[in-house]
Ligand binder design. Sequence first.
Ligand code: CUA
Length: 471
Amino acid sequence: MEQNKNSDSSLSIKSVIKLVAFVLVVLGGGILATGLTPTIFPKQASAEARSVDQLFTVLLLLGGIVFFLIQGLLLVSVIAFRARPGDTSDGKASHGNMTLEIVWTIIPALTVAFIAIISFKVWSDNSAVKDNENIINGESIPIEVKGQQYAWSIAYLTDDVDVEGKPIIINTGNVLYTYVGQNVRLDMQAQDVIHSFWVPAMRVKQDLLPGNLNAGGRLTQLRFTPVTIEGESYPARYPIVCAELCGDGHSRMTGTVIVYESRTAFETEWYNPKVEELRVPPKDPVARGAGIITSFPCSGCHTLSSLGWTGVTGPSLEGIGARAGERGAAAGGETAEEYLVNSLWNSTEYLVPGYGPLMPKFGPEQSGAYQMSAENLYAIVAYLCTETGGGDSDCDVANNTLEVPAAIEREFGLIVDVNFGGSAVSGTSPEATPEVNVPSAESTAEATAEAESTDEPEATAEATTEAESSD
Ligand code: CUA
């Protein structure tokens, strides 16, 4: 009896020690997982990142505790209740325990309810409409994001108009420009299948849905506010990735967020110069083309390092000016200029081997983002002629690429105003090419119509809708 009592009491002290050790292992494991996991996260580059990470920490602590509790109990049971040598009997029969069942139902139910409430709070706070969204120069400027296999196309719908009266749209391809403190709102839509716009450093992610907006399609929105990161060098760059498996090029669907340290830096270093360049394009066709090409949605699909493009859906434009002659010859005796103008306005006519007929046609008759005047075509092709990657251009660049308007006239029967509505450009010789100096009745009428139509707010809204719903 005495001996029994002693052994009983020593067993119970041992049990208490074991229980305490078990609880410590469970809590310690949970805390360790909670403390170590977030160290592999990207920097917290937005206000939303902080609340998302706090939520994640709570979830990780709860999950870690449950993991070590379950695995610990399993391990203890396997050892403590193992079959002893020679024991072939059944284990002790158990016919349920109401108290235990109530406890293990109520505790998880309360835990799950708690998680649901704190998660909903973080989600609703982070997606809530904010005051002063997308403020640039005191105005709220819509920022559109389009997703297509396999590129992001980001566009700033500025409230400025160019000299022809057309609304200025800055297409930045897969680059999103913003600044610390800007309440960013992205209006997003997919062009083909579902994509998901994810900026890991901002801890924000949102699906883009396909479908015609006029027939039940839905725009989705994503909001975040960049914050300053200690020790970061600005403008800072953070990756954008697609987080929805959208096809075999899904992993290539990437981009960059560029965050300026202040609104002033954003406006003076990027936005205002960019708008000015598109508002009053230079008269020199090459310089004009280099600016104007960024008002068209090319960068999502093509690579051109001098403009910072990294698209891979379409063929690379790197060194195109030194390749266009050869490509034109292969296409059936076209000159470099003819090949390039056709590649834009007749985009599916000559396909680069390995690429399908994916590129939309540009031209005066196209709508929205794909509408391109003959003058813009001239400037863009003149610019592409000079993108030679250090080689010799196949175009007639010595003559200020005046062969381009001649090619446009031969291919499309349109006469280009090579002075872009102004006086002669230095470097061109109007006397030598009198016929291309006369604006055609067509192009004059077109320019007038454009100027008139943009006076009407409805027309602008319509053009925007068309741009959204096209393709
Ligand atoms: Cu788009 Cu994955």
